[in-house]
Ligand binder design. Structure first.
Ligand code: HEM
Length: 361
C-alpha cells in the first residue's frame, strides 16, 4: 500500500504543479495531500510493526559494509517517508491553506501563515522528492542485484506474502492515477485555459449617488466552448468572496459581515451557465444561475466574444469575452437591517467582467 501511495504521490505531484488553475488542479492538490498524509500514517504503523517483527537476517555471505549500507538506507527511507508529509503539511499551513483530510477531517495548522517559510519548504519538499526517488531506485537496484546476480533470498524476503495482490495493487494504482492525470492534463479539446492575469471580475454600485467600484482578485473559471458547437458550452465560475477588494479595507470588512456577504458562511459565489445563444456576429447571450450567499437566481448575460488565431502559435485560439449584468442586491440578501435602505445604497449592482484565455485549435 505504501508503494502504491508513493507511485500516486509522484504522479499527482508532477502533474499538478504544471496544471493551470482549475478545479482539476485543486482536486489533484487535495488528493496529493490526502495520500501523503495516509503514507505518513502507514509509515508510523510500519515502524511500530518493525519494533516487534525484526527484518529477516541477511544471508551470511553479505559483507559487513553492505549490511551497514542496507541498515543506513532503511533508516534514511523511514526518515524521509516521515519528513516529506510533515514538510508538505507545514508548508500548506505556512501558505495559510489548511489540510482537510478527505474533505471531512480538518487537521490543525502546524505554523502561522509565513510566505518565506512556505517558499523554503516548497524547495525542501521538491528536493526531498528527488532524494526519496534516488533512495527507492538504489533500494530496487540492490534487491534486483541480490536476486539476479547473487541469487539469494533477499528480494523474495522483501516481498509481501500475497505477491499477486501487491503486484495487482501497484499496477492498478499506477494505471488509474496515470489515466486520471493524463485526462486532466489534456482536458476536453474545447476547454479554455484562462489567462487570470489578463482577466477581471468587477462590480460597482451607487452610494448616495456616488459610484463605488471594486473587484474580486481570486476566482476560477471552467469554460468549455466551441463556436461551432455552442450547445455544448459549459461555464462555471467560482468567486472567492473573501478576495473582495473595494480599495477601502473598512468597506471590505463590512462586506464580509453576515449582514452583507457573510463570507464565513458562504465563502463562494457561483455562476453556472445553462445555455448560450449566438445573437449575431460576435454577440452572444448566456443564460445561467447565479448563487450568492444562499440565494440562487436565474441571470441572462449579454456577451461580446472575440477570437483570433494566436499570432505566435497557429495551433492556438485566443479568446476574449466581455459582458455585464445588473443584479438586485436585495434579491440575494446582501445588505440587511439598516443597510436594506436603498436610498443610501442602491439596490442595483453592476457586475462586469473580461475573461481572456486560449485553447487548442
Ligand atoms: C511521502 C509523501 C510525499 C511525497 C513523496 C510527495 C511528493 C511530491 C512531489 C514529487 C511533488 C512535485 C514537486 C515538483 O515537481 O515541484 C510534490 C508537490 C507538493 N506536495 Fe507533496 N509529497 C508528499 C506528501 C505531501 C503532503 C502530506 C502534503 C501536504 C499536506 C504535500 C503537499 C505538496 C504541495 C502543496 C506540493 C506542490 C508544490 C508546488 O506547488 O510547487 N505533499 N510532492
Amino acid at each position: 500500500m505504501t508503494v502504491a501511495g508513493i507511485v500516486a504521490l509522484f504522479t499527482l505531484g508532477w502533474t499538478m504543479v504544471d496544471l493551470s488553475l482549475s478545479p482539476d488542479k485543486l482536486k489533484f492538490y487535495a488528493w496529493h495531500k490526502w495520500v501523503g498524509c495516509s503514507v505518513f500514517v502507514l509509515t508510523i504503523a510500519r515502524l511500530l510493526w518493525r519494533l516487534t517483527h525484526p527484518l529477516p537476517p541477511l544471508p551470511d555471505d553479505v559483507p559487513s559494509f553492505e549490511r551497514y549500507l542496507a541498515g543506513a538506507m532503511h533508516s534514511f527511507l523511514y526518515v524521509i517517508l516521515l519528513a516529506m508529509p510533515l514538510i508538505g503539511w507545514i508548508r500548506s499551513s505556512a501558505e495559510g491553506i489548511s489540510v482537510v483530510l478527505f474533505g471531512v477531517l480538518p487537521l490543525p495548522n502546524l505554523v502561522e501563515k509565513d510566505k518565506v517559510l512556505a517558499e523554503t519548504l516548497e524547495i525542501a519538499h521538491w528536493a526531498g522528492s528527488w532524494v526519496l526517488l534516488a533512495l527507492i531506485s538504489g533500494h530496487v537496484l540492490a534487491a534486483l542485484g541480490h536476486h539476479l546476480i547473487r541469487r539469494d533470498a533477499v528480494l523474495t524476503n522483501m516481498l509481501p506474502r500475497c505477491r499477486w495482490c501487491s503486484i495487482v495493487a501497484v499496477v492498478g494504482v499506477t494505471l488509474l492515477v496515470t489515466i486520471f492525470a493524463t485526462t486532466a492534463k489534456a482536458g476536453p479539446i474545447d476547454s479554455w485555459r484562462i489567462a487570470y492575469n489578463d482577466s477581471e471580475i468587477n462590480f460597482s454600485g451607487k452610494q448616495l449617488g456616488v459610484t463605488m467600484s471594486g473587484h474580486f482578485s481570486q476566482w476560477q473559471a471552467e469554460i468549455v466552448f466551441d463556436p461551432d458547437n455552442v450547445n455544448a458550452t459549459r461555464v462555471r465560475i467560482e468567486i472567492d468572496i473573501a478576495s473582495i477588494n473595494t480599495g477601502f479595507p473598512e468597506a471590505d470588512e463590512l462586506m464580509a459581515r453576515n449582514t452583507w456577504l457573510a463570507v464565513a458562511k458562504f465563502p463562494e459565489a457561483i455562476f453556472e451557465a445553462t445555455q448560450l445563444q449566438h445573437i449575431n456576429a460576435n454577440r452572444y447571450e448566456m443564460q445561467g444561475q447565479l448563487k450568492i450567499r444562499d440565494q440562487i437566481h436565474p441571470v441572462n448575460i449579454p456577451l461580446t466574444l472575440q477570437m483570433i488565431v494566436s499570432p505566435s502559435n497557429p495551433d492556438k485560439l485566443l479568446g476574449k469575452a466581455s459582458g455585464e449584468i445588473i443584479i438586485g442586491r436585495l434579491d440575494f440578501g446582501i445588505g440587511r437591517g439598516a443597510w436594506a435602505d436603498t436610498d443610501t445604497i442602491a439596490n442595483e449592482v453592476r457586475i462586469f467582467f473580461t475573461l481572456q484565455g486560449e485553447r487548442a485549435l
